[in-house]
Design a protein around this ligand. Structure first.
Ligand SMILES: *[C@@H]1O[C@H](CO)[C@@H](O)[C@H](O)[C@H]1NC(C)=O
Ligand SMILES: *[C@@H]1O[C@H](CO)[C@@H](O)[C@H](O)[C@H]1NC(C)=O
Ligand SMILES: *[C@@H]1O[C@H](CO)[C@@H](O)[C@H](O)[C@H]1NC(C)=O
Ligand SMILES: *[C@@H]1O[C@H](CO)[C@@H](O)[C@H](O)[C@H]1NC(C)=O
Length: 445
C-alpha cells in the first residue's frame, strides 16, 4: 500500500510551493473586503516597535537579544555550515504524568469509517458563510459533484457527540479560541467560523483581517475565534502571511516566543505544522549565532527542533486546568492516483468518492514524521490533546478543491487543457473534511 518514490518527491514540493503561495494570496484577497471593526489592545500588531526581549528566550542576555534581531522575509544567512547536532532541551513538567484528558477510554474516535449521510451533513451551506475563502469554495468555483459534502465520520466503537452550534458557543463564552499554524489550519479555522457564525446577527459579529492574526468576534458571547499564521511554529522568515521568502526557509529553532506573545493568552489553542517542513532543507539561525551564521538541516530534523521548542513552551506555560491545547496531526495530500488506483497517472482531480480500504495510507503522510510527532506528544499527554486527523483524511481523496477554487495567477492554455497539472490536492473544500476535524474538536472539548 505504501509507495515511496524518490524521483517524484521533488515535484509535489514545487506544487506545494506554488499552492501555498497562491493560497495565501487568495486568502488575503478574499478577506480584504471585510471591515476591521475594532482591535484588541492585548495584541501586539507591530513587531518592530515591540520590545525585542519578548521574542527570544528570556534567559538570554539582553545584548544578544538585540543583536540577533527578529527574522522576517528579508533575513538571510551570512554563511551556512552543516548542522552541529545541537538539540532543544525541554523537560516535561506535567504534574500528573500519564493522565490523559480525553476521558473516553475504550473508544478511539479516530478509528472508524465514512458514512454517506445527506441528512446530517453538510453542517452549513457554502454560500451562507460570508467568511468563506475563495480557495476552498469549491461549489462556487464550478464543482458540480457535491458528494464530498455529505460524509459523516463514524467511529467504530462509539458515536461522536452531535455537533450543536449553541453548545459550542456556550463552551466558548468569555473565551479566546485560537488556531495557530499553516494554511491547512487556516482552513479548519474558516470551517469553525462558518460553523459558528450563522446564529450570530450580522451586527453582533466582526472579522478583523489583521494578518498575521485574524480575529472573528461574537459580541454577545464575548468570544473570539482567531487564526495566527505561524506555518513553522517557531520564529521564521516565512511569518508574513502574504510575502514569504520562498528561496530558503530560515528558522530560529530555539524561539517560539515571537508567536507565543500573541497566543499565550488564548484559552483554547489548536496547533498544526507539517507541510512546510516537506520542502527540502531548512536553515537554522540559533538565537545566539554569531555573525548570522546558519546551520543546515533536513526538514524532519528541523521540525523536530521546532516541536521541541513548542513543547518547551507548552510544558512550562500551560496550566491544563486553565487552558486547553490541541495538536492536529498531519493533513494528507493526494498527489498520485496510482497509490489508490494502480497504473493511473492522475491525482485527486476527478475523484468523487472516499477510499474504502480500511487502513489505506498514501505517501503524503510521512511515517518518520508521524513517529517523531508521536514521540513528542506522548510525553505531553496531560497537557495536549491530539486530534489525529491523518488516517480519516487519508480516505478522502474526493475532498480536495482540485481545479475548483480561485487561482490568482492566470493559467496558461497548456495548463488549462490539462487539469491535473494545476489541481490543488492539498487543501480541502468547505463544507467538507475540516468540518469533521472541528466536530472532533467539539467532541474532545
Ligand atoms: C439523499 O441521498 C439519497 C440517495 O442518494 C437521495 O435519494 C435523496 O434524495 C437525498 N436527499 C437529500 C435531502 O439530498
Ligand atoms: C470577556 O472575556 C475575557 C476573556 O477573553 C474576560 O477576561 C472578560 O472578563 C470577559 N468580559 C466579561 C464582561 O465577561
Ligand atoms: C554578516 O557578516 C558581516 C561581516 O562579518 C557583519 O557585519 C554582519 O553583522 C553579519 N550579519 C548578521 C545578520 O549577523
Ligand atoms: C495517529 O493515528 C495513527 C494511526 O492512524 C497512529 O499510528 C499514530 O500514532 C497517531 N498519532 C498520534 C500522535 O496519536
Amino acid at each position: 500500500m505504501q509507495r515511496w518514490n524518490r524521483k517524484k518527491a521533488h515535484f509535489p514540493l514545487l506544487v506545494l510551493f506554488f499552492l501555498v503561495f497562491v493560497a495565501v494570496t487568495t486568502f488575503l484577497h478574499s478577506e480584504s473586503s471585510i471591515h476591521q471593526i475594532h482591535e484588541n489592545p492585548d495584541h501586539v500588531h507591530n513587531h518592530q516597535e515591540a520590545s525585542p526581549v519578548v521574542y527570544v528566550k528570556p534567559n538570554l542576555p539582553a545584548h544578544l537579544n538585540r543583536a540577533s534581531g527578529i527574522l522576517d522575509r528579508f533575513s538571510g544567512c551570512n554563511s551556512t555550515k552543516e548542522y552541529s547536532g545541537r538539540k532543544i532541551s525541554w523537560v516535561d513538567r506535567s504534574q500528573q504524568p500519564g493522565k490523559r484528558r480525553e476521558g473516553l477510554q475504550g473508544c478511539d474516535i479516530f478509528s472508524g469509517k465514512w458514512v454517506y449521510d445527506n441528512t446530517s451533513h453538510p453542517l452549513y451551506i457554502e454560500s451562507d458563510c460570508p467568511y468563506m475563502s475563495d480557495q476552498l469554495a469549491c461549489h462556487k468555483h464550478g464543482r458540480s459533484d457535491l458528494g464530498y459534502q455529505y460524509w459523516r465520520w463514524q467511529p467504530h466503537n462509539c458515536n461522536l457527540k452531535r455537533w450543536t452550534v449553541a453548545e459550542m458557543w456556550e463552551k466558548l463564552r468569555n473565551k479566546r479560541l485560537m488556531f495557530v499554524g499553516d494554511s491547512l489550519n487556516r482552513g479548519q479555522w474558516i470551517s469553525m467560523v462558518c460553523l459558528l457564525q450563522s446564529v450570530i446577527p450580522a451586527d453582533k459579529r466582526s472579522m478583523s483581517p489583521n494578518a498575521p492574526l485574524t480575529i472573528f468576534r461574537a459580541e454577545e458571547y464575548n468570544a473570539t475565534v482567531e487564526f495566527l499564521w505561524a506555518p513553522l511554529l517557531v520564529e521564521s522568515n516565512s511569518d508574513d502571511p502574504v510575502k514569504h521568502s520562498l528561496n530558503e526557509r530560515i528558522i530560529r529553532p530555539d524561539s517560539v516566543l515571537k508567536h507565543s506573545s500573541q497566543f499565550e493568552h488564548a484559552d483554547i489553542l489548536v496547533f498544526n505544522t507539517y507541510l512546510w517542513w516537506r520542502q527540502g532543507p531548512v536553515k537554522l539561525l540559533w538565537t545566539d549565532a554569531e555573525n548570522g551564521a546558519c546551520e543546515e538541516l533536513d526538514g524532519l530534523g528541523a521540525m523536530e527542533l521546532a516541536m521541541g521548542a513548542w513543547a518547551d513552551w507548552v510544558s512550562s506555560k500551560v496550566d491544563p486546568l486553565k487552558k486547553r491545547v490541541f495538536f492536529v496531526t498531519m493533513s494528507p495530500t493526494h498527489l498520485w492516483s496510482r497509490e489508490w488506483k494502480p497504473e493511473s497517472e492522475g491525482n485527486c482531480y476527478g475523484e468523487k468518492e472516499p477510499i474504502g480500504v480500511e487502513g489505506y495510507w498514501g505517501s503524503g503522510s510521512d511515517l518518520p514524521t508521524m513517529r517523531m510527532v508521536d514521540n513528542i506528544l506522548s510525553k505531553m499527554s496531560s497537557k495536549v490533546t491530539v486530534i489525529n486527523i491523518t488516517q480519516l483524511s487519508e480516505y478522502r481523496k474526493d475532498g480536495h478543491p482540485s481545479i475548483y477554487r480561485k487561482f490568482w495567477e492566470p493559467l496558461p492554455p497548456e495548463k488549462l487543457s490539462n487539469p491535473t497539472s494545476y489541481s490543488d490536492c492539498i487543501h480541502w473544500c468547505l463544507p467538507g473534511v475540516p468540518d469533521v476535524w472541528n466536530e472532533l474538536l467539539f467532541h474532545l472539548l
